[in-house]
Design a protein around this ligand. Structure first.
Ligand code: CDP
Length: 229
């Protein structure tokens, strides 16, 4: 059966990664969470003191981009890939609210995007890949055979993120999370380079009132339709 490329884009915390990861498992495709790569750059910058008091030392980050080696290794227990920075698993450390609060300005930098997009395109050279993010259907894989644009209301997305963080034992409050979701939406849709926008040929999925199982079925149908074309 032919192996296609599937691009899943959309707003933060709208469940893109859950649906993309589940479909990848179901059809035996490689799943890549491109947001994890931007989060890893933000983590590196925070831990190395490249972000201080909210300000990014862009010259230093540019110089050090070559020191940031990102890879993914499948974790059979979680049924999805974990993110590694220079050989060390950073999957939990990149998901904190602190990283979420700094990732969008990092992801708006041209030299960061150039490097990440280059690596993402290399990962997709052979097809059989599902990648989720903000610019996958527009910039990374503009020729993807299947493009999905996912959306849900900001309140519902904040509630999902709150549930995820509290389940992990991280203390957080709804107001901070909603603010973060809205701020990232704003930066992601207004940045100069590859802003988040719906590709003209994308299928739109508003999953505000859908269960995980319902969205999984929706995506499988979309996939089957795409491979029959
Ligand atoms: O999981 P969540 O939806 O919160 O976000 P993410 O997919 O982990 O991405 C984190 C951040 O990275 C986003 O808010 C964007 O600022 C940025 N990003 C991007 O610019 N381009 C991508 N392809 C993926 C993420």
């Amino acid at each position: 059966m032919k192996k296609i490329t599937i691009a899943v884009d959309g707003f933060s915390s709208c469940g893109k990664s859950t649906m993309a990861k589940d479909l990848a498992k179901e059809i035996g495709y490689v799943y890549v969470d491109s947001g994890a790569m931007y989060r890893t750059v933000a983590l590196y910058a925070l831990e190395q003191g490249i972000i201080k008091e909210g300000k990014i030392d862009e010259d230093r980050l540019k110089q050090e981009m070559g020191n940031i080696n990102i890879s993914f290794h499948f974790n059979p227990q979680r049924g999805r890939p974990d993110t590694y920075l220079n050989g060390q698993c950073v999957e939990d450390r990149i998901r904190t609210l602190e990283v979420s609060n700094h990732v969008s300005p990092i992801a708006a930098l041209g030299f960061v995007r150039e490097e990440m997009v280059r690596q993402q395109q290399r990962m997709g050279e052979e097809g059989g890949i599902i990648m989720d993010g903000r610019d996958i259907g527009t910039t990374v894989f503009p020729n993807a055979e299947l493009k999905i644009f996912v959306t849900a209301s900001a309140e519902i997305r904040a509630q999902r993120r709150y549930d995820e963080l509290t389940a992990k034992g991280e203390s957080c409050n709804m107001a901070d999370i909603l603010r973060n979701v809205e701020e990232r939406d704003y930066i992601d849709t207004h940045r100069e380079i590859s802003p988040l926008c719906q590709a003209a040929d994308a299928l739109v999925l508003d999953n505000s009132h859908m269960t995980i199982e319902e969205q999984k079925q929706w995506l499988i149908r979309a996939y089957q339709h795409a491979i029959e074309k």
